[in-house]
Design a protein around this ligand. Sequence first.
Ligand SMILES: CC(C)(COP(=O)(O)OP(=O)(O)OC[C@H]1O[C@@H](n2cnc3c(N)ncnc32)[C@H](O)[C@@H]1OP(=O)(O)O)[C@@H](O)C(=O)NCCC(=O)NCCS
Length: 329
Amino acid sequence: MAQSNLYSRVLGTGSYLPADRVTNQDLADRLAKQGVETSDEWIVARTGIHARHFAAADQTTSDLALFASNNAIEAAGVDPQSIDLIIVATSTPDFVFPSTACLLQNKLGIKNNGAAFDVQAVCSGFAYAVAIADSLIRSGAHRTALIVGAETFSRILDFNDRTTCVLFGDGAGAIVMQASDEPGVLASALHADGSYSDILCTPGNVNGGVVAGSAFLHMDGQAVFKLAVNVLEKVAVEALEKAQLTAEDIDWLIPHQANIRIMQSTCRKLRLPQERMVVTVGEHGNTSAASIPLALDVAVRDGRIKRGQNVLIEGVGGGFTWGASVFRY
Ligand SMILES: CC(C)(COP(=O)(O)OP(=O)(O)OC[C@H]1O[C@@H](n2cnc3c(N)ncnc32)[C@H](O)[C@@H]1OP(=O)(O)O)[C@@H](O)C(=O)NCCC(=O)NCCS
């Protein structure tokens, strides 16, 4: 029987943004050509977003995931063949199946037959994936995990709907986690309430060889806003209590990067100084499951997040889903 491990620990982080950086003005100019009116001023004031990146026409989610994964594997200094668990959090997979995680395993040339699967929890996907990987590592079932959040949300945006198309972007972030005797993930909390499935959804499926329903993202922005602010505070407090920590013990808060107003409100409710929150929404837009690992990698690489510090990540998204993890970096 596999021996259980004390902790799972983050060994390295990586991320990738596609080359096409689209500012609000670029987007407003593109949309104006099709008669859709928006402005840099409106987008910045309501969301804090200044720019986002869009994948090239021939780039898939697994392509973005591959770049981010290679960066994380290099930072972690592990042999890719030792990775026995790959979880990709995504709502924009390359295919209906096989999973993006299996495609990524193949692109990475990993031949060890470890487990690989996708997690579908929309913008909470990375928080879900970290909690799942932590459980599988601590149980002794797996030892070294590659956890990725990767999205090509531009593919499901309706560029005639200004209330949604200005909010999202593409990208990928990844971490390598390994079994360790030293503290790593301290606690996680995951939740869902399917009765809110219609306020943020892409309600289409493949039927008889064609898409049935709508393959575009639909959102009731105000309902999502209210719910997000409420559950993000609650789940952060729950994860902190499980870890026997208080907000004062947190060096860095990395919330899902959807909207600066939601993020600032969460930070205030937790009584954390805004300087302790990592903010990348301005440059990345909302990259759904990729947003937390992208922000984490930015703050690790620019030296803000240091070894031994406590990091609180939390996500909220379609489903409705929400979740948080506290870890010692
Ligand atoms: C989407 C969101 C930014 C809209 O902001 P809001 O303050 O609620 O704005 P409203 O929807 O009330 O719209 C206000 C006005 O702006 C207009 N508007 C909407 N999108 C616009 C855009 N891109 N450019 C210009 N005007 C826009 C609306 O048509 C409306 O005009 P009206 O008053 O003439 O009807 C906000 O609701 C939000 O951030 N929600 C959460 C979204 C989110 O985070 N989703 C992901 C969660 S994982």
